[in-house]
Design a protein around this ligand. Sequence first.
Ligand code: SF4
Length: 719
Amino acid sequence: MGATSPLRVIHAVCSHDCPDSCAVLVTVNAEGRAVKVQGDPTHPVTQGFLCGKVAKYLDRVYAPERILYPLRRKPGVPKGPLTRGREHEAFERVSWDEALDAITARLKNISDEHGSESILPYSYAGTIGVLGYGSMDRRFFHRMGASRLDRTICSEAGGTAWNLVYGKKLGMTPEDFRLAKLIVAWGANIHGNNVHLWPMIEQARRNGARLIVIDPYRTRTAALADWHIAIRPGTDAALALGMMHVILRDGLEDRAYIARMTHGVEQLAERVGDYTPERVAAWTGMTAAEVEQLAREYATTQPTALRMNYGVQRSENGGTAARAIAMLPALTGAWKHRGGGAQLSTSGGFAWNKQDLERPDLQKASPLGRRARLVNMSTLGHALTELGTNAEDGPRVHALFVYNSNPGAVAPNQNAVRRGLARQDLFTVVHELFFTDTTDYADYVLPATTFLEHSDVQGAYGHYFVQLSKQAIEPLGEARPNVWLFSQLAQRMGFTEDCFRDTPEEMMRQALGMRGCGRSKNVGMHHITFEELEEHGRVPLDFHRDPEKHPFHPNASGRVPTPTGKIEFYSEELAAEGLDPLPAFTPPAESRWGEAAARYPLEFLSRKADNYMNSTFAHLEGHRKMEARTNGFLEMHAEDAKRRGIAEGDAVRVFNDRGSLQLTAHVNGSLPAGVVAARLDWAKLHPDSANVNALTSERLTDLGGGATFYSTLVEVARA
Ligand code: SF4
């Protein structure tokens, strides 16, 4: 805008849980109102556009139903589902002072009476800004001696798996996908949830590349592929092992690369000997010829880029599946070629100074005087209903503090979660933007800010730029960001450590490792100054500063940060723990091969919407219209529908031992026979106040203790 323009343009960063971390230009008018959001055209990955969900972001920021003041549950109103649009009737407005004083007093009492570990924070990636995701909140709960939360719900199994093979979550740059001749999207709905990689793929395809999509569901990306391979849920490990069988059997591996860069190929070769294309076909639903064709095409085309996303690892054997898939480019030497390799995440490139930011040392000053117990967020139902019934568990959870998350909608085994949330002796605080499935159970609801209303610094898990997100507008009403909230609570608790008075800018400098000097001390960030970030909005990590002259080429040569210094097919670390050091396929207990299949024969996929971010955006009318195709539907194969006497449009009940859900049958070609799917939504938007997580279990993944949303068996009947 010109010097006389009443409009200002502010550089912000989309903080939603998405690999793209887009650079967002926010236009603000003279009254301080944001009037436009657009993608930064100068950012090499954002390339001037935003996805459909954030292009409409001002609908969310200025939504009339935003919570703008602290609220307290009215006396006598029971906890539980509230009528949508009338939730406010259950609460009364209070001032921030009243809310903060009351919450502090209650947390102190609970800590004194039951022990500090009876307080449980619950948060995830409702914002992935570095401060918003985890900073002052961590300091506060550490100092208090609250239980620590094991944040496993999304990516832990895959991250653990990747690190077993490569030591660090580094992968191809998204920009280099343009150079590939074959792109394999494995459990990756790029067009829906990583849309800024799509132009790179289109460019590669214009230059003759093929796109293969491996996904049980016909996603938008699968529909656009040259070859869509719809394997059965939870059989990814079998397919990857079968591909390795063919590659090694036929001598298609890159022996020179393997000798130079990897560890344990002999043991791997012995292991994959059993995974013949015929056996793999029987598990995956492919033909043996297709397994052969996929393996050959993958091994004989270079450069080949593999995009694996986290859906792969949300089944019982998901850690092993991600680990086996991650080994493929090491077997074929794809990493050697520019435009080849793989990407699960780029987050390992960002060395944030978490020690300063989160201050785990404050636990020593807590009433516990030691590290607090760890509670797995993927078993929240268990934590709220059963934890503490055995003496060795430690205390029951008596206070739950929720921010950056909506566990009433997104946590598995929803009925157990709700039983826990409904406990009258559980004190629940929720920091939120809207009334959700979780606020229906809150004692206090505190108004939160969007990324337009606070400043933060951010990395990404789909590119290699550090970015500064500047506050574009004043917080609406009395909304306040996480840093402010936990700083205020800490001061009321009487915590005297200076860190509780740090400003957001001081904390951003700490995150960047800038204490006492103008430049970062963090690995890969030495060249970054705060001033440069303020001026340009972004700075690439050091290895990505000159991609044309010095392209970042991970795993092409040199040492790898694993215990052996090599890419590990065989893990000495797992062997030392008495675990299987090699990947193997074990069918999930909740799959067509498990005992429960006799009663619940259908494999159920609880899908994410292309136009929501997990449960975020799901209540906004414009976003719901974009998802109209699957709103309230159970998608099923014609064979499965016919066997049950179900026709298109019938009301159906989907159920298992954990719960049931009423939906409308949509008989289409999106899934293989034996698999049904429904989309994650807010429970309160369903007539029976339940969503797909009424059906999912709290069973954990084989690596990393993650959630197993995609290992779920159900039966379906006409309602
Ligand atoms: S959700 Fe992802 S694609 Fe959409 S604007 Fe945010 S970072 Fe970009």
